[in-house]
Design a protein around this ligand. Sequence first.
Ligand code: BGC
Length: 776
Amino acid sequence: MECGAFKQPARRSTSLLTLGLTLLLHAANVSATGGSPSMGKEQFLAALLEQMSLPEKVGQLRMKHSPGTPPSQYALDTVAKGAVGALFTEPGFTREQLRAYQDAAVQRGRLGIPVFFAGDVVHGHRTVFPIGLGQASSWDLQAIGSAARIAAIEASADGLDMTFAPMVDLSRDPRWGRMSEGFGEDPYLVSRIAERVTQQLQGATLGAADSIMACVKHFAAYGAVEGGRDYNTTNVSTHQLFQDYLPPYQAALEAGAGAVMTALTTLNGVPATANRWLLRDILRQQWRYRGLVISDHSAVQELVAHGTAAGGEDAAQAALVAGTQMSMNDRYFEQALAQLIEQGAVPVSLLDEAVHQVLATKYDLGLFHDPYRRLGHAQHGAQPSHDPKPLHRAQAREVARRSLVLLKNQNALLPLVKRGTVAVIGPLADNPVDILGSWHASGQPGQAISLYQGLKTAVGDDAKLLYALGANISDKRDDFLLLADKTVNFDPRPPQALLAEAVAIAQQADVIVVALGEARGMSHEGASKTDLNLPTQQRELLQALKRTGKPLVLVLMNGRPLTIVEESQWADAVLETWFSGTEGGNAIADVLFGDYNPSGKLPVTFPRSVGQIPLYYAQLNTGRPFDPQQPSAYRSHYFDTDNTPLYPFGYGLSYTHFSLSPLTLSTHRLRPGHAMQVSVTLKNEGQRTGETTVQLYLRDRVASVSRPLKELKGFQKVLLAPGESRQIVFDIDTSMLAFYNQHLQRVTEPGTFDVMIGLDSQDLQKASFELDGTPP
Ligand code: BGC
């Protein structure tokens, strides 16, 4: 056992030595996982807290940035003097770099309190999995969980203790680039994923060497930024907050997430980082959350720009009082907190509460027992980040292919045969950089499989592949994204030359596979858009390829729904692949050639135009619903476009065809506190084995608040051989009928409910039942 808290007796006072002995005895007794909130833990933390000076306490509340380079002497000295409680890492960091900080903390620190290391492991670490929106498209909790488990194994092996994930911001606005990171528009689906990811990141016990703590983010409602403009104001009614936006965070916390990150935004006028109502009333009191609250990057400083703090002191005070316990890359906690305490402006009990929480987090992570638990000991060496050996390629390919969504397949063009000549065209066709997506962590483009590479491996010598870029990914060379992201390749030839080259190549082929969409930086933090069309040159490329008359397969790579009404008409087949990660190219090839039958379903609605946003399936009926069969002026609709989406939530095709029998209910009267069953028979009517997701939706016809036309309440992903059928049964209990009323009470109200089942949110079979009144 190593415990840095007791390394330098010569410099310690008698009382410290006594404490050291107590702690040592204690540490010897704690379980190897160090995680249970026993009396022992509390005694240990209280004794430690008592020994800490004011600057040391303030230091614990600071998370500082550690660049992905060997730490400077200054940085190490800062850690050694106890001025930092945690470090957040840059992609590509190594254990050796991190270990130097831990050595400084535990070997040179007065009390030897270990630091913890956190980073953005959002969709994989070394092995990059599909982005959040892609994983959600699998509707496969086991696959999503496996991605999280592997991310934890890899990140902890590189020394990480915590990840800033899962990102569970519900979003119904594809203009917002960060929609890519989350799991879509639906509270139920996002919540189920949130809990699974949390469980798998944290493993069997938080203290285990291959577990990392989940820091669920961004609390709260960051996904509702006005106009989809990143960092912008959010205004969400309290009712909608409880009904739609809060459940995913709550689900992650109920699954045990050890930390929460505040949003950078204001919620109804009050910045989340200084929002007492959010951080104390809801988080601590209503939800009884007992973990750590960390601010987002520089969010404490930004309270000044938000106009809710006059300066540093004000900002630090407001954040701490509201319940933000650790600041990320901020200078105000350091500059102002000690003074605020000395002046009595902030009670020391508040400081102690936060410090206790940080120490408890380290305790739960097992770091007091062994500060090198995840870093490994120096004699074991550090694995270089670029070492391909530890990659989990098979699992990445499996998750990736399950996340691909077939949107169109006219005349069964797909799957393709592995012969003849295939023209592989487009700025994303042979691009191992963008396929990794926005938070690619320690993933290396050199280890990623591009679409071209994947197709090449799949066909071997059986078919001929031709390649052309066709268009740059962005119309402008000076696009700010290209300036910010030096990894984006830009071909300096005029657009017409690129296009002509691609058309010439396409003309020699039997089929065209064109990969279009976005650079990874276009669907990322800070990357909002008002135009969701493909860039003009990419559109022109697709049009020109269409004019060749050759069969045309459009492979989309993007981090948000795009407005592709025309593109979806021009192409014979459309496959949405999001950013599919390290094994993306192989996974897409599996689907294009039919080695895997696509099974993904959209976790988000595809609008026809930006003007329809927000467009989501769980809409209210309105007082004047529009009926396209009987169009009338004074109804809720647009003059210039349909109300309907281009592709609805839950939609996705397969190479086989499934049918659903009429549904049957076990009863038409449900008594409060009881459950009923709804059943349907799913049959694979086609010639191939395939998987699809059967979706259950409910509607409360009459209630004290207007309820959505349908809400997802269950789903089952089912694999069937050709001709095989299976009865699918969903339980419906009264808790699934509950909602928040006007007084924010969670209630069920008696009356008629519709139950709907289908393979997407639009094409549904329906039956009804009555919920009886509450028995007296
Ligand atoms: C983002 C967070 C991220 C943090 C650290 C912030 O700008 O909003 O999602 O975890 O940076 O990288």
